[in-house]
Design a protein around this ligand. Sequence first.
Ligand SMILES: Cc1cc2nc3c(=O)[nH]c(=O)nc-3n(C[C@H](O)[C@H](O)[C@H](O)COP(=O)(O)OP(=O)(O)OC[C@H]3O[C@@H](n4cnc5c(N)ncnc54)[C@H](O)[C@@H]3O)c2cc1C
Length: 289
Amino acid sequence: MVLDYDVSSINSLGTGGKAAALIRADSIEGLVSILELLDSNSMDYVILGSGTNTVFPDGAFGTIIVKLGKSFDYCSFKDDGIICTGGACSTQALVMKAARQGYDLSPLAGIPGTIGGAVSGNSGTGSWGICDYIITLKAIFKYNDKIVYDEIDSVNIEYGYRYFKLKGLIAITELMLKTRKDKAKNILPVIHGDVVKRKISQPVGAKTCGCFFKNPSGIKKSAGAMIDECGMKDFYYGGAKVSNKHANFIENSSNATSEDIVVLSRIMKDRVKEKFDTELDYEVKMIGF
Ligand SMILES: Cc1cc2nc3c(=O)[nH]c(=O)nc-3n(C[C@H](O)[C@H](O)[C@H](O)COP(=O)(O)OP(=O)(O)OC[C@H]3O[C@@H](n4cnc5c(N)ncnc54)[C@H](O)[C@@H]3O)c2cc1C
């Protein structure tokens, strides 16, 4: 356990102050014990993956960050297209390993972060998301005031566009995914093409947390197109900037604080509300605010 942990080093925006502590768990039993302790003491905690979809507050804040350690970073492949992966496995590492062995996870190409983080927001592209692949999920839950380890079938999972819900869920530890099988030589070029497309259309390499807002439902225009039509590309607030490449990305362009990022996001929301009478919802997770 590390006290007063500087969170700017564990999220892709590179902002935020000091969390009360960071704890790494390296076994199911260890994770259950930690969660029992935190829960029974009513402590504020969060499970964190790679921090590529999160914003933390500036200054000191009372949240305890729990990360899954290396023993949750694994994957294995079965003949029938089934992949078993740990919650801390890197989504990109999994996509590439799968492709080389003839398992097609190409719709996840270019999405940073961990598998646990991906499931928790049903990460994907367009209306498609990782939850479409899930057969079973192993996780730690809180059921009737007890912290328990359980396995859930996909029929019990509620999910949709960048949305995932599972009653009592605390930490996703393992997934079974069912994928299409194909030859590596057919899958790899698709992944390569998607990654190239991202480099052209998104500020890949800049400090961002991906799309800040969800695309509003029932409207053809994307959140990015609306923000762009408000003339906000390159708009600055403090050290935060609306990306010039993709208006739904906020960049930490020069030592931004989380406050700069959040205030800029509110200005973007207000401008879109004013021009399109549409309320944008956050895709990113605000932790500890
Ligand atoms: C350049 C860039 C491009 C991106 N492109 C896309 C894209 O195309 N599509 C897309 O959907 N997203 C995209 N994202 C956003 C982000 O990468 C994804 O949402 C990613 O799946 C988050 O994974 P993470 O491990 O970083 O999650 P984190 O940011 O660490 O956490 C996100 C949420 O998941 C929860 N969580 C994390 N791990 C677990 C776990 N094991 N158990 C339970 N809860 C957990 C956290 O509590 C938090 O609420 C992009 C981000 C960047 C920076």
